[in-house]
Design a protein around this ligand. Structure first.
Ligand SMILES: Nc1ncnc2c1ncn2[C@@H]1O[C@H](COP(=O)(O)OP(=O)(O)OP(=O)(O)O)[C@@H](O)[C@H]1O
Ligand SMILES: [Mg+2]
Length: 323
């Protein structure tokens, strides 16, 4: 089903590096990723492996000290070749992002409604009254009760869940084709987390909007994504359609992540296994496969050569086990 859809976003050989004290530190390495029109692709992996940096590179907002290379085709156009002005016109209109820090993403001195209306006015040249009407309709659609009153509320007057709904309304207001949702439910309680995710993904279905869902919650990924990509130390190490991914994980790191998923504690397991060790520092990457020092099935070659991403029974996986 997914494979028949046209690609909306095609990332080829993306690299992102920092200059730190005269040293080049590569935090995203040779990343390839495709998101089809209307598809939901999940990006998972331990903290610090480069997920947010990847999303920020797609949105054209990498950290100031970063340099980005490669190609990011969006509807056939390479975003990395766009001028700042052309990119600004795309951002919010065709590509939108829900940032990982929901509490700081809203401007405290503007009302919630004004902030959404401003995005609408910037991209659609409508009057303030039209933008206000559309914002209130959108607030209702994303489950904000009493929308007209909430239009005039400042962020500090809303609960975390309502603020997150305002951010979703802002991201959806211009009907973008692609939404980058970077852990959109961090800092929310588990009931609210579920409601917000369901809202986001029902909006995606209604609007035919593609989503890059960055998440630590593998059960939500299983429920909502069409495709899963696992990132480790700046690279994608496994990618597969969701059902196949959970049924038959190939990379030892993926197996470890699935075994360590906290939801398992409810079922059969009382004590969760951990992946031993920690993610290597980008400033000090081991030779060979970056997962090798933590991998219980590492071979001699794993400590010497970086494995290539190859197709193994429909999974793309980078592991010498399959050479
Ligand atoms: N401005 C910066 N300068 C130097 N290094 C940075 C900078 N921003 C990020 N990094 C490095 O890039 C790594 C990856 O960051 P990123 O925010 O993409 O991780 P992540 O996968 O989103 O993690 P999390 O799950 O915790 O959000 C960080 O651990 C850090 O080492
Ligand atoms: Mg992050």
């Amino acid at each position: 089903m997914l494979a028949s859809k046209e690609p909306l976003l095609e990332i080829r050989d993306l690299n992102l590096e920092f200059q730190v004290q005269g040293k080049r530190i590569k935090c995203v390495r040779n990343l390839n990723l495709t998101i089809p029109n209307g598809g939901i692709v999940a990006l998972v992996g331990e903290s610090g492996c480069g997920k947010s940096l990847t999303a920020r590179a797609i949105l054209g907002l990498p950290p100031e000290n970063a340099s980005v290379s490669g190609e990011i085709f969006f509807k056939g156009q390479d975003l990395l070749q766009l001028s700042n002005g052309s990119f600004a016109k795309m951002r919010g209109r065709h590509l939108a992002m829900i940032f990982q820090e929901p509490m700081t993403a809203l401007n405290p001195v503007l009302t919630c409604g004004e902030q959404v209306a401003e995005v609408l006015q910037t991209h659609t040249q409508c009057s303030f009254e039209e933008a206000k009407e559309k914002t209130c309709a959108l607030f209702t659609q994303v489950g904000i009760p009493d929308a007209v009153r909430r239009f005039a509320s400042y962020p500090h007057q809303l609960s975390g869940g309502l603020r997150q709904r305002v951010l979703i309304a802002m991201a959806l207001c211009c009907d973008p084709e692609l939404l980058l949702a970077d852990e959109p439910t961090t800092a929310l309680d588990s009931t609210m987390c579920q409601q917000i995710l369901e809202l986001l993904l029902s909006q995606s279905k209604q609007r035919g909007m593609a989503v890059l869902l960055i998440s630590h919650d593998l059960e939500n990924v299983r429920a909502y994504a069409d495709m899963v990509c696992v990132m480790y130390a700046g690279s994608i190490v496994e990618q597969a359609p969701t059902h196949e991914f959970f049924l038959n994980p190939k990379h030892p790191y993926t197996e470890g992540l699935l075994l360590a998923s906290p939801r398992r504690i409810k079922s059969s397991v009382r004590r969760l296994p951990m992946i031993k060790g920690t993610v290597p520092s980008f400033a000090n990457m081991p030779k060979g496969c970056p997962f090798a020092p933590r991998c219980s099935c590492a071979l001699a070659v794993c400590h010497e050569e970086l494995p290539e991403l190859k197709n193994v029974d429909g999974h793309f996986v980078s592991c010498h086990k399959y050479d």
